[in-house]
Design a protein around this ligand. Structure first.
Ligand code: SPV
Ligand code: MG
Length: 537
């Protein structure tokens, strides 16, 4: 149902309905959440939140801008307090058109002169508009509306200006004849006497709205029994906010700490909720390409690194000092340098020493009788499922460009292969030799090269390079890799399997593992010599 129609129902229903004032997007949401079926766009509150007076100091388009935020944030209809219509009949026509464009359901105009003054500031001294001129404004507004259900409420200020009941009734009658959809009868008395007298005489010729700011002590039942259509709580969210802001500001200024105010303010999560943050997160899942969600890294660092002897008695290899800082700190720096902030580390041996800040720490407490596959599994289960992932080892130093190439690739699965490999007698290194769909060459640069096999069992002429330990797994592929690893680990013989075994299995099962050829710029820390050499890396 359109907002104009909803508002029309509030006017036409036989029950008493209530509008709550709001003055910006968030107060409008708060009013709607509290259950109000409509919102009063108060001139007093809107001007006050801008820090100006209720004398048309804020321009009508500034008011309109704020109304648009209020309307966008809510589904209930908004009745704008349109003051005197911001000018003559012509301004009124334009106002109505613009309000309709912004989905505002209704406007109330008062029979005073532009620029108006708030009714509670020397109301008795305020001149009233000429009746005929004001009727012309109502007619012009009604003629300008394109939605039949848009409502124009005529506000009678006769009591405010010190005129009596008959002037009020005369004006209301004229405004009704000019086409007004309802009357707002205003009073500055501390009792409801004036508005009740008006309502008794007026009866039900048009629905009547009231603003009981000054006669606040009147029981609502009195309004209900007299048959009013709308009660407007005209400025109470603004006044509540002012009281809370004054208290909070004073405490903060006096105490110079947040402790005393924390219990009196909502958590920031409540602000996010009111802003609709969740909706944006859902939309990002639907509309943003994966790459823009960022890339994360998983560092496998659970093992001790026996080959470093004494150096790893007190700490795992990843925490051994290289050029004055733990190896892991250098890895984190290189990842950070590529823009990767979300870094998870699987730790096991002497895990309490793996304590660098800003890391997502994942424990593999079975590191002693398991292999890197279990660390990988625990790691994959602990990373974000919605970000692409770079897996690397905790004992490899590298130039950031290697990770960057993988991070920027669109591949579901990708690895980096060093074509600058040096033939080694070390079995550990041989296990990482790779045979690919084509060797590194000018053609390979523009072709899509894939991994065919990785391991020590490749004939020397078939070795195209050495795998450096990096695997890029796209977010969409993480769950599939988890399933493959789980399957492997169900086989007891695979308990100590390594990542190359996983890569071979992925290839054998028909998955495309994209190869990006690089040349050098990395260092595997396998010996004390490497640790020394690393200082120059
Ligand atoms: C407003 O809320 O701006 C009103 C009501 O016009 S009153 O302040 O009572 O005049
Ligand atoms: Mg007002």
């Amino acid at each position: 149902m359109k907002k104009t129609e909803k508002f029309r129902q509030l006017l036409d229903s036989t029950q008493l309905d209530f509008l709550c004032e709001a003055h910006n997007g968030i107060s409008a949401v708060i009013a709607e959440e509290a259950g109000f079926k409509g919102i009063w766009g108060s001139g007093l509150s809107l001007s006050a939140q801008f820090g100006v007076r209720d004398n048309n100091e804020a321009s009508w388009t500034q008011v309109l801008e704020m109304l648009e935020f209020m309307s966008d944030a809510t589904r209930v209809p908004i009745l704008l307090d349109g003051d005197t219509g911001y000018g003559n009949f012509n301004n009124m026509r334009r106002l109505v058109k613009k309000l309709e464009q912004r989905d505002i359901a209704a406007v109330c105009i008062e029979d005073k002169l532009f620029p108006k003054t708030n009714s509670f500031i020397q109301g008795q001294a305020q001149p009233l508009a000429d009746i005929e001129e004001f009727c012309g404004k109502i007619k012009a507004g009604k003629d300008a509306q394109s939605d039949d259900n848009f409502s124009i409420i005529a506000r009678v200020e006769a009591f405010i200006a010190g005129w009596g009941l008959s002037e009020a009734l005369k004006r209301a009658e004229a405004y009704k004849n000019a086409g007004a959809d309802a009357i707002l009868i205003h009073s500055a008395l501390g009792t409801p006497d004036e508005v009740l007298a008006f309502k008794r005489e007026w009866a039900d010729r048009l629905p009547v709205a009231i603003v009981p700011t000054k006669y606040y002590a009147t029981a609502t039942e009195v309004f209900r029994s007299h048959g009013f259509a709308l009660v407007i709580w005209a400025n109470h969210l603004l006044r509540a906010a002012i009281a809370a802001m004054q208290q909070t500001a004073q405490s903060l200024a006096a105490d110079q700490n947040l402790f005393s105010v924390e219990d009196r303010v909502v958590p920031v999560s409540e602000v996010f909720r009111l802003q609709g943050a969740v909706e944006l997160q859902e939309a990002e899942k639907k509309y943003l390409p994966l790459r823009q969600r960022g890339v994360q890294a998983l560092v496998l660092a659970a093992s001790r690194g026996m080959e470093l002897g004494e150096l790893t008695e007190q700490r795992p290899k990843t925490m051994v000092n290289v050029a004055g800082r733990p190896l892991l700190a250098h890895i984190v720096d290189a990842l950070n340098a590529t823009g990767i902030k979300n870094i998870s580390v699987v730790r096991g041996y002497k895990k309490e020493t793996v304590d660098l800040p800003n890391l997502n720490l994942i424990d593999n407490d079975e590191f002693e009788d398991s292999g890197e596959l279990l660390s990988l599994l625990k790691g994959l289960r602990g990373v974000r499922p919605d970000q692409d992932l770079i897996v690397c080892y905790g004992d490899v130093l590298f130039n950031k460009y290697i990770v960057q190439i993988l991070a920027e690739s669109e591949d579901a699965l990708a690895i980096a292969i060093d074509t600058n490999w040096i033939e080694s007698a070390n079995r550990h290194r041989q296990a990482d030799y790779a045979h690919c769909s084509m060797p590194h060459s000018r053609e390979a640069f523009s072709a899509r090269v894939t991994l065919e096999h990785i391991g020590a069992d490749i004939a020397p002429t078939g070795i195209h390079g050495e795998w450096m330990g990096f695997i890029k797994i796209s977010a969409d592929e993480i769950a599939a890799v988890v399933a493959v690893v789980e399957e492997m680990l169900r086989d007891a013989a695979m308990r100590r399997a390594k990542l190359p075994d996983l890569l071979n299995l992925l290839v054998a099962s028909g998955r495309r593992v994209q190869v990006h050829y690089t040349t050098g710029h990395w260092l595997d820390i396998d010996s004390l010599d490497d640790v020394l050499h690393a200082g120059n890396f």
